[in-house]
Each structure stands twice: as C-alpha cells, then as structure tokens.
Design a protein around this ligand. Structure first.
Ligand SMILES: Cc1cc2nc3c(=O)[nH]c(=O)nc-3n(C[C@H](O)[C@H](O)[C@H](O)COP(=O)(O)OP(=O)(O)OC[C@H]3O[C@@H](n4cnc5c(N)ncnc54)[C@H](O)[C@@H]3O)c2cc1C
Length: 596
C-alpha cells in the first residue's frame, strides 16, 4: 500500500525562503494582516486532512469507480467519497480563498494552491469534485450578475453545491467554434438549453445536493464559429427565490465514460433537454467568460500532476531503500545483506532524482505563478495588476503542459523503480501513471497549450511579456555574475536565455513565410521555455542552499544536490529540443498524406 507525507518543509522553503510570500502578500490591502504562522498552520491542518481523510480512499476509489443508475440518472461515487466531502465542507476547506462577501475566508490563492497540491497527491479523482467548483465560482464571481452571484456563490463557497464546466461535445473538443448546443430565449429572461455534452468531469454525483453546470451554447441568431458562443449557468435543481431547491432541471447524466484513470471521478455524458439556464456575461462572449474558469483549471491541472509527481516520488524512494537486488558495480554497499538496496544503482537514482527535481521545480513555478495571480487580483496598483496578469497568462500554458508532461515522465519512472511490482495495482504506482495521463489531454491538450504560448503569448506581442520575464532572469544572473559558487548555475541559465531569444526570433521570421512553422516548433519550444523557468528557480534555490549549507540542516544539502542534478542531467535536454525546433516544418510535411 502506498503512503503519503505532506511535503511541508519544501512548501515552507518555497513560500518563505524562495518567494518571501508574506512580505509580498502584505503589500496587497486584502492580505495586509497575513503572517507565516497562519499560512503554515492552515497548511499543516490541510496536509492532515489530505493524508488522513482523502488518501485512504484513493486506491479503493480507483478499483471501485462510479456507477450510474440509468433509470434515475443518479451516480454513486466510490465508498467513502461522500463522507470525505462532508468533512471537507464541515471543516470549511471549500471556503479557504473565497471572497468574504460570500462567506469565504479570504485567504490568498497561494494557500489554496499548496492545499490543493496535497489533495491531488492524496487522491486526484476525489479532488476534481471540489476543484471544478472553484473554477465555476471564479467564472461567476468575475462575470455573473448580482442575482447569479447571490444565488450561487455562497453555496459554491461553502461547498454545499459543486460546479462543472460543460464545453465538450461529441464532434467538438479543441475547436469549440463547432459546438451545437442551443439556447432559446424565454419571455421571463431565462433560456431553454438543448444539446449533448460529453466528458464532463464531476458531471453527476451523490456528494452534494446541487450541481451548478456552466454550459457553453449558441443563441438562435449567433454568428458561426467561436464568436457565436454564449455562457449559461444551468443548475441540476432549479433554485427558488428564497434560495431553497426547486424542481429538477432538464439536465441529466446519460452515461459514464469507461476510462484509463481517475476512475473515482464521474466523467459524464450530459444531455440537456430544454434545461432552464441564465446567461452569464454578454451574449456571444461566452468563451471569454469561460476562460476565467479554463485558466483557473489549467493551473489546477498542472497542480494535479505536481501532486502525483510528489506522491509517486515518495513511494518510489521508500521502495528503493527497501528492495534489495544485485550488488553495486563498485562492490557491496550492504555487505550484511544478500544484495544491495536498489537505491545504490545509478539509474535508479536517476529516476528518483528526475521525479524529485520535477516535483520541486513544479512547486516553485506553481507557487511563483499563483503569487502573481494574487497580485493580479488584489493589488491596488493598476500597473502591478496588469504586469502580474500578463505574467500569469505567459506562465499558465507552461504550467499546464510542462508540469503535466513531467508528471507523466516522473510517475512512469517511479513505477519503473518498482520493477514488475510497479505494474501491480496494490502497490499504487500504476494508478499514478494512469491518473497522470489525462492531465496532458484535458483543459486543452498540451499541443494546444504550446500553440497558445508560442503563437498568442509570445509571437503575437513580439515577445514583449517573455522579454519582461527574461529581464528578471537577467537581473538575477547579473547579481550572481561574480559569485564563484553560483557559476555552475548562472552560466547555463544565461546561455539558455540567449538561445531562447534567438530561437524565438528565428521561429518568428519563419512564421512570416509559413504560419505552419509555429505548429512545427511549438511543443518543443514550450519545453525549452519550461526548462528555462525551472533553471531560474533552481538557481535561486541553489543560492539559498549554498548560503545555508554550513547550517547542518540536511534539507539544504539535499536542495543543492537536486539543483545540481537538475542542471547536469535534465536541463541539457534543451540542446536537443532547440535542434528539433530548428529542423522546422519540412520534415513533417514532406510525406504525402496518401503515404501515411
Ligand atoms: C477524463 C476526461 C475529462 C474531461 N473533462 C472535461 C470537462 O469537465 N469539461 C469539458 O468540457 N471537457 C472535458 N474533457 C474534454 C477534453 O477537454 C477534450 O477531450 C480535449 O480538450 C481534447 O478535445 P477532443 O477530445 O475533442 O480532441 P480533438 O480536439 O479532436 O483533438 C484530437 C487531436 O488533435 C490535436 N489537435 C486539434 N487541433 C489542433 C491544432 N489546431 N493544432 C495541432 N493539433 C491539434 C489535439 O491536440 C489532439 O491531439 C474531458 C476529457 C476527458 C477524457
């Protein structure tokens, strides 16, 4: 059976030593009173909840899955899911970083970020139920009418109701401009919505008394394509004027998908049969409103893979210290035993360190980005809000794609550490691999994230936002330029920064000739830029660890070793990726379609 220990020490390092979050957050009027003790105490308790309540129902939830009663359209979640959710609601976890106006605790999103990393480590499938609610809360908070906010936000804040996002239809996933679900205006100002959605996470379940679906649909006179999409809020149970639950709305679960992973989460086929909904935001501007939820979800998906990377790593380490097989090539390391523990073998160490570096790098990048998100939402300085918002927009596709690609590699390596036992369910490792795989697909596939990064976030504004982020990296390099001990980190970082600049210009030039050049380079480009961000954070972490290495605290010794491993063994992947970016479009297009 796998185990999970909340990585409190590393979280505290990221928050208080690397990012100085208390000083940064105190500058925001809404968080002027925040202090480290409060943050740490909340996360300690959150870690206990994740490890003691949510983690024990992960393996069983995967084996049991969800079941649908086709006659009543009711979905039963695995044993223990409902009770755990009740505890979550009663303890007030749903309200952690929600607005105090709607009953929330008003804590920074950063606290929620680290809390959710632990929930994801403990049980990704369970965590998706409250996780999606948070996205629905944010979309309604940003774009809902006063009435919609009053009706839905307090219940989403308390967790009594959960939320979903209903975008995908059988014939359209990436290209939402193709969607067909219809919304017909009614005399009373509501809409009757009819259509079919598929793959809707947490789309039906028995954990909460109402489910608030955010549905994309088309008005009768809507222009074709993505400019004709509107957003509607469609509750499972209509809500009476006094806030009580009314009649059952015409939105049903018609089937559950049988899928590779996240079995404990109900992936629902949803049928809308003249369901009553109300418009969120402006007609035909639904995609923009939905992007609030999609961006929150993209950061959330990165966090899912970060959680899985951490828990897979922890278990693989325990196993590698315990399992004895063969002797070290350099001679016995445990002569009292019939063989050495497999952690002595260099390649086992490489797999463990890869997962460790991806977890620590991911935690630094996620923490930094969500801190910028807190600034983007809560700063009283408009310039700071805009700058932070642009940086979050730049880093969001990197988090979604780089951290989830890394999560897939890391969970696979950790399973490999177990040899054949990794393939067997009861060890838990094969579940992490299966659960991690979806994170590269939903919320916009990682290919789509890379097109978003290179096309929209970098080339469309001549690299301005990337250059601004690059200036922060350059300032750090200059600061450490004469520090002998830091050369092993700042030199490769500076070199990569130059190469990214040149590569961006080259792709931009080629794209003038043929826009398909962007599609040919984007996936590799995102990975290069992802590594640049990791290298920036690992260099800063190394600086702190070097300064504290004589403190006797083994945490810093380990941090330095991980940073060195990252720079020596993982970062060099960028050399290959830059070459494959440069190889461009021609090798992909040479083959005639008929020859495939
Ligand atoms: C378990 C699960 C849960 C999900 N949860 C939800 C949910 O809660 N709500 C919801 O609305 N949806 C959900 N989805 C749907 C998910 O977001 C889509 O599956 C995903 O966006 C991809 O769409 P698609 O499956 O239609 O693939 P397609 O859009 O058909 O794409 C097929 C392939 O073509 C590639 N491709 C498409 N266009 C381009 C392009 N322009 N350039 C390069 N490559 C391209 C894609 O990257 C992909 O590899 C879920 C899916 C699953 C499997």
């Amino acid at each position: 059976m796998p185990q999970y220990q909340p990585p409190m020490r590393d979280m505290q390092f990221v928050m208080h030593e690397l990012l100085n979050v208390v000083d940064e957050l105190k500058m925001l009027p809404a968080h002027a009173d925040i202090d480290a003790d409060t943050i740490n105490a909340v996360l300690e308790e959150g870690g206990k909840f994740a490890a003691e309540v949510i983690f024990p129902i992960n393996l069983s939830g995967d084996a049991e899955g969800c079941t649908l009663d086709k006659a009543t359209h009711a979905v039963t979640t695995p044993k223990g899911f409902k009770e755990a959710y009740q505890q979550y609601v009663e303890a007030g976890w749903a309200a952690l970083s929600c607005d105090t106006e709607y009953g929330g605790q008003g804590l920074p999103l950063l606290v929620n970020q680290f809390f959710y990393e632990m929930l994801n480590s403990a049980n990704q499938a369970w965590t998706m139920y409250p996780g999606l609610s948070h996205g629905a809360y944010e979309a309604l908070h940003a774009h809902g009418t006063a009435e919609q906010k009053a009706t839905y936000l307090p219940k989403l804040t308390s967790g009594e109701w959960t939320g979903t996002m209903c975008l995908t239809e059988p014939h359209c996933g990436t290209d939402l401009g193709l969607l067909r679900t219809k919304a017909e205006p009614q005399a009373d100002g509501t809409y009757k919505i009819t259509g079919a959605k598929i793959f809707i996470s947490a789309g039906e379940h028995d954990m909460a008394e109402n489910i608030i679906h955010l549905v994309l649909a088309r008005l009768p006179d809507a222009p074709a394509g993505s400019k004709g999409i509107s957003l509607f809020v469609v509750p499972k149970f209509n809500v009476n004027a006094d806030g009580s639950l009314g009649s059952r709305n015409g939105i049903f679960c018609a089937g559950l998908e049988h899928k590779m992973g996240i079995h404990g989460n109900a992936t629902a086929q949803i049928v809308l049969e003249g369901a009553t909904g109300t418009l969120v935001g402006q007609p035909n501007k639904g995609l923009a409103a939905m992007f609030v939820m999609m961006n929150a979800a993209r950061l959330g998906v990165g966090n899912q893979s970060l959680g899985l990377t951490e828990v897979a790593y922890q278990n693989a380490v325990t196993y590698a210290k315990d399992r004895i097989q063969m002797r070290a090539l350099s001679g016995p390391k445990a002569p009292d035993k019939p063989a050495d523990p497999i952690i002595v073998h260099p390649d086992v160490r490489k797999m463990l360190l890869t997962a460790r570096a991806f977890a620590e790098g991911g935690r630094m990048l996620q923490g930094y980005t969500v801190l910028q998100l807190d600034k983007a939402l809560k700063s009283d300085d408009e310039d700071e809000r805009k700058e932070a918002d642009a940086e979050v927009a730049l880093l969001t596709p990197i988090i979604k794609a780089f951290i989830t690609d890394n999560g897939w590699l890391a969970t696979s390596h950790c399973m490999q550490v177990y040899g054949g036992h990794g393939f067997i369910h009861e060890w838990g490792m094969e579940q992490y691999v299966r659960d991690a795989r979806i994170n590269m697909i939903y919320e916009g596939t990682n290919t789509i994230q890379s097109l978003d990064l290179l096309g929209r976030k970098v080339l469309a504004n001549n690299g301005a936002t990337l250059k601004k982020f690059g200036k922060k990296i350059a300032a750090f390099i200059e600061e450490e330029g004469t520090n002998e001990a830091m050369q092993e980190f700042v030199n490769p970082l500076a070199d990569l920064g130059d190469k990214v600049n040149k590569l961006t210009q080259e792709i931009g030039m080629k794209a003038f000739g043929n826009p398909d050049e962007v599609g040919a380079a984007a996936v590799d480009y995102l990975r290069v830029v992802g590594h640049m961000t990791f290298a920036y954070f690992f260099a800063q972490a190394a600086k702190i660890a070097l300064a504290k290495k004589d403190s006797g605290d083994p945490f810093y010794t380990a941090k330095l070793a991980t940073a060195r491993f990252y720079f020596a063994k993982l970062l060099p992947e960028t050399a290959t990726l830059i070459r494959t970016c440069r190889a461009g479009l021609a090798p992909l297009m040479e083959m005639d379609e008929a020859l495939f």
